[in-house]
Write a protein that binds this ligand. Structure first.
Ligand SMILES: Cc1cc2nc3c(=O)[nH]c(=O)nc-3n(C[C@H](O)[C@H](O)[C@H](O)COP(=O)(O)OP(=O)(O)OC[C@H]3O[C@@H](n4cnc5c(N)ncnc54)[C@H](O)[C@@H]3O)c2cc1C
Length: 637
């Protein structure tokens, strides 16, 4: 397959304007003739649905939750980046662009990232106009704080609830369109297949999660905004319902899956505390603005933190990376935490934790100031751990958090299936091998509010309208296939629960394809996943029926996809014979144990093509061409 990224010609800073001018337009009176399906109501899908309906298209929007505003985006804590330069500290579109490309270890597409930086300011204006209560300075201007991988303060925030406030903004815009009759909302529906007719996306098939009914919906274009797949690792900071199913089933219908092995492990999470835990909790990266990360210098030192004197502590990030200190990017901070714990300096009962200490900040700024910035996060930490972080350092450890990989999209955010667009965390587009903090919200909203409204118009205007209805045989084929999978899952009546399989898959991936990887481990993981998949289809226990509300059945379908997708993730990790960002293969590291890229042979996107069940996927490559930044060894020293 030839991957054409459709990057517009011309100077980087002019590409998007030029492209918008060159894109064909749909006449306002004709927009009402088009039907668009949007799957997902997080920041990407919510903003896209509202914006497309506002333009006049007829939109059908689907989500798993009972309300669109329960999408996973609501959990986002720390903030959203924008190059407004309110701080006057040297920020610009170029700097945000450069930081993002460098943060992603030079494995993202220049043109997309530059556009993202250009649009970042518009997002803040749009959200302020909606009434999103961003934190403000005394004088009324919006406040900013710093996030990892940047030396400027460009992160806009609403305490530790930025995602919730932004989502309420998008949800209000969406609700206005629901009331106006331009968006028909379908909550409690799970997309289980993508319908492709003559090479074009023409609809979806969903399961009604309340009645169990299988339903078909047709449209002129389909937008997937179904979030990330971090839950393939079982334990992650993502919402329980986050999954890969929609993206994976689109992959099976011809959408290439890009860089699946680029997963992000966030350094600042509450450590795992037991074998039966089902969720991990993020402690926002914003905390590293004021918290100092340290471990005891002496391995095995089990004294309480207050007994360990200043000279006996190792502030390892500040010492090793003096320029960025505690605000190094996530991949770097996570690997360093692991390194400290591997050498026996980890703290807490398990030895798999490091301290994040606010005592200096409280001494400097006072408890009240720290509480204003992070009060809800401190409260959450105390509720979970029964430790008061105002008095004793937090304990943190890396956890799976975000996925940079996703369905391959071109500059228009269109996948390798015509008419299938992919937005937000579900696509692979902007973050390369490592996403910088506060950039996911920025990307999701740029995609939904400011990119898809133009590019989908270009697609629809350039296509002769074909009226495919749900009576087309392709819909019935999908329906029959889903029905038979549901029946098969219910008929196995084995001995192991769905969660038991999921947990084992997560353990395999964490062990062999987690913070660091090596070829032998990856080969082993592949075999283990294949075996587990085999056992799943013989021994899984899915109680209940298909014609009713049945959460075990819902989860079984998602885990079945994770069991196939997990192998693809490992295959991708094996094929990328370098280390970059979140993909750290121990065979490729510098003398200082940093990720060592191979720009000559791996400066590309790997976009995998489905060839059939249990068959080797086909690798396609999109070369990454850097005309505006010089590729260099990333350094945060
Ligand atoms: C704890 C936490 C804190 C974070 N904090 C920040 C932060 O401070 N700043 C930042 O930039 N990023 C942050 N992130 C990352 C960011 O929140 C996400 O990347 C982003 O919100 C994803 O948005 P989305 O719209 O792409 O997808 P989501 O918000 O995940 O929405 C996915 C939608 O798709 C629907 N869906 C999924 N599958 C199906 C299906 N098969 N059928 C029907 N519907 C389906 C779901 O119901 C949901 O509506 C954080 C992430 C976590 C986990």
């Amino acid at each position: 397959m030839r991957l054409d990224a459709k990057i517009p010609a011309g100077p980087l800073a002019e590409k998007w304007d030029r492209h918008r001018f060159e894109l064909k337009l749909v006449n306002p009176a004709n927009k009402r003739k088009f039907e668009i399906i949007v799957v997902g109501t997080g920041l990407a899908g919510g903003s896209a649905s509202a914006s497309l309906a506002e333009l006049g298209y007829n939109v059908k929007t689907f989500c798993i939750q009972d309300s669109p505003r329960r999408a996973h985006s609501i959990a986002a804590q720390g903030g959203i980046n924008a190059s407004k330069n309110y701080q006057n500290d040297g920020d610009s579109d170029w700097r945000l662009f450069y930081d993002t490309v460098k943060g992603g270890d030079f494995r993202a597409r220049e043109a997309n990232v530059y556009r993202l930086a250009q649009l970042s300011g518009n997002i803040i204006d749009q959200c302020v106009a909606q009434g999103v209560p961003f934190a403000r300075e005394y004088g009324g201007q919006l406040a900013n704080r710093s996030f990892g991988g940047a030396q400027v303060s460009r992160t806009f925030y609403a305490r530790g609830q930025t995602g919730q406030q932004l989502l309420l903004g998008a949800y209000s815009a969406l609700s206005r369109q629901i009331a106006a009759g331009k968006v028909t909302m379908y909550p409690r529906r799970e997309m289980l297949d993508m319908v492709v007719v003559d090479g074009q996306a023409k609809g979806i098939v969903v399961r009604n999660l309340v009645t169990g009914g299988i339903e078909k919906y047709a449209a002129d274009a389909v937008v997937l905004a179904t979030g990330g797949y971090a839950n393939v690792f079982f334990l992650s900071t993502n919402a329980m319902a986050s999954n890969v199913t929609a993206a994976y089933r689109a992959y099976k219908k011809g959408a290439c899956f890009a860089n699946p092995c680029f997963t992000q492990i966030h350094p600042t999470c509450i450590p795992v505390h037991g074998a039966y835990q089902s969720k991990l909790t993020l402690m926002s990266e914003s905390l590293r603005n004021d918290g100092r990360v340290w471990v005891p210098k002496k391995p095995g030192d089990k004294r309480s933190p207050s007994q360990i004197t200043e000279s006996e502590r190792d502030y390892y990030l500040e010492n090793k990376y003096p320029s960025f200190g505690n605000l190094v990017p996530r991949d770097v901070a996570s690997r360093n935490a692991k390194e400290q714990c591997d050498t026996g300096k980890g703290v807490g009962e398990t030895g798999l934790a490091v301290y994040l200490d606010f005592s200096d900040a409280i001494k400097r700024d006072g408890k009240e100031v720290i509480a204003k910035k992070y009060g809800n996060l401190f409260q959450m930490y105390e509720k979970i751990t029964a430790d008061n972080p105002y008095e004793t350092p937090m304990m943190i450890y890396p956890a799976v958090h975000y996925t940079m990989g996703g369905l391959w999209v071109d500059y228009n955010l269109m996948s390798t299936i015509d008419g299938l667009f992919v937005l937000g965390e579900a696509n692979f587009s902007d973050h390369g091998a490592n996403r910088l903090g506060a950039s996911a919200l920025m990307q999701g909203l740029a995609d939904g509010y400011f990119i898809i409204p133009y590019t989908i118009g270009g697609y629809l205007a350039g296509n002769t309208k074909k009226n495919v209805t749900t009576e087309h045989p392709a819909f019935n084929e999908s329906l029959a296939q889903i029905d038979s999978q549901v029946k098969r899952l219910l008929s196995i009546k084995g001995k192991r629960t769905v969660d038991d399989f999921h947990r084992q898959l997560g353990n395999i991936l964490w062990e062999y394809c987690g913070m660091s990887r090596n070829d032998a481990g990856l080969e082993k993981a592949r075999g283990l996943i294949k075996d587990l998949r085999g056992e799943f289809w013989e021994n899984v226990l899915v109680p209940g029926s298909g014609s009713d509300f049945n959460q075990s059945l819902e989860r079984a379908g998602r885990v079945a996809d994770f069991l196939e997708f997990g192998e693809l993730l490992v295959i991708d990790a094996l094929a990328r014979r370098e280390s970059c960002g979140g993909h750290f293969n121990e065979g490729y590291q510098t003398e200082e144990n940093e990720a060592k890229r191979d720009d000559e042979n791996f400066c590309h996107v790997s976009a995998w093509e489905y060839t059939g069940y249990e068959k080797e996927p086909l690798q396609n490559r999109e070369p990454l061409v850097f005309e505006n930044v010089k590729l260099s060894q990333r350094s945060y020293k």
